[in-house]
Design a binder for this molecule. Structure first.
Ligand code: MG
Length: 249
């Protein structure tokens, strides 16, 4: 396949965000509850985190259902995780906790082992490639800097939802990237990401091809047809190898 550009998701596609989330939340917990909030420390971080993570998973759909904003979700999941230990805090304190996490999470990001190989292979090919990622601009930029991903992505090739005021799965963000990077009139763009709803559905609805990186064995929730489903980045490299490398020799 001759794509006019290839774009990638960042969190849980190129980097192990689940691991960074856990480490960053542990660090934030320690910062507050072994610091200014020591009087209300609910439990040890290893006892608290699974309770918090359960709240994250159970409450997340409230964003999709548009019951809560992302910020409300982030506040409520934390408040509820402390209520489990009979600790009451204010929404303002919950936001202080989340904001601190945002300011440090980049310290814990690590690329998946095969990410550099994938990015090197894309750079070797004469094909424009970029990042489309949902999130706060400063948080995502801090991560890219910490990862030294500037080696592969120049600022014009990075599309962060907050910067454009529109987030995946909205087609608009894909269209902005397509118009900036895909100089061909006939070749489609390709997107690679780990979220069915945000990445696969978003990309296909915008007229892109999609590769679904289903590393967490999630069942698709719609009838969209990705070009390929892969379980690992190595499998993605294989697919691209066949599709791009053979084509372009
Ligand atoms: Mg992702």
């Amino acid at each position: 396949m001759n794509w006019g550009c290839v774009c990638l998701d960042l969190d849980n596609t190129l980097i192990d965000y689940e691991a960074a989330f856990k480490k960053g939340m542990h660090y934030t917990f320690h910062h507050f509850f072994d610091g200014n909030w020591s009087q209300i420390k609910p439990a040890d971080k290893d006892e608290w985190f699974p309770v918090f993570k359960k709240q994250c998973n159970e409450l997340f759909d409230n964003i999709k259902l548009k019951n809560w904003s992302k910020q409300e979700y982030q506040q409520i999941r934390f408040i509820k995780s402390l209520q489990y230990f009979q600790i009451e805090i204010t929404p303002e304190m919950a936001w202080e906790f989340q904001s601190y996490f945002y300011s440090i999470v980049h310290l814990f990001v690590e690329p998946f082992q095969s990410a550099p190989l994938l990015l090197n292979k894309l750079s070797e090919r004469n094909i424009p490639f970029g990042l489309i990622t949902n999130g706060r601009t400063y948080v995502q930029k801090n991560k890219l800097k910490a990862l030294n991903f500037e080696r592969w992505f120049s600022p014009e090739n990075i599309f962060i939802s907050q910067e454009y005021g529109v987030a995946k799965p909205n087609s608009k963000l894909f269209e902005i990237a397509h118009h900036s990077l895909n100089k061909s009139t006939s070749s489609p763009s390709l997107y690679i990401g780990d979220s069915w709803e945000l990445d696969v559905v978003g990309a296909i609805n915008a007229g892109w091809d999609a590769i679904y990186l289903n590393s967490r064995e999630k069942v698709p929730t719609t009838n969209h047809q990705p070009l390929q489903t892969c379980r690992t980045l190595n499998e993605v490299i294989e697919v691209l190898g066949k599709e791009i490398i053979e084509e372009r020799g």
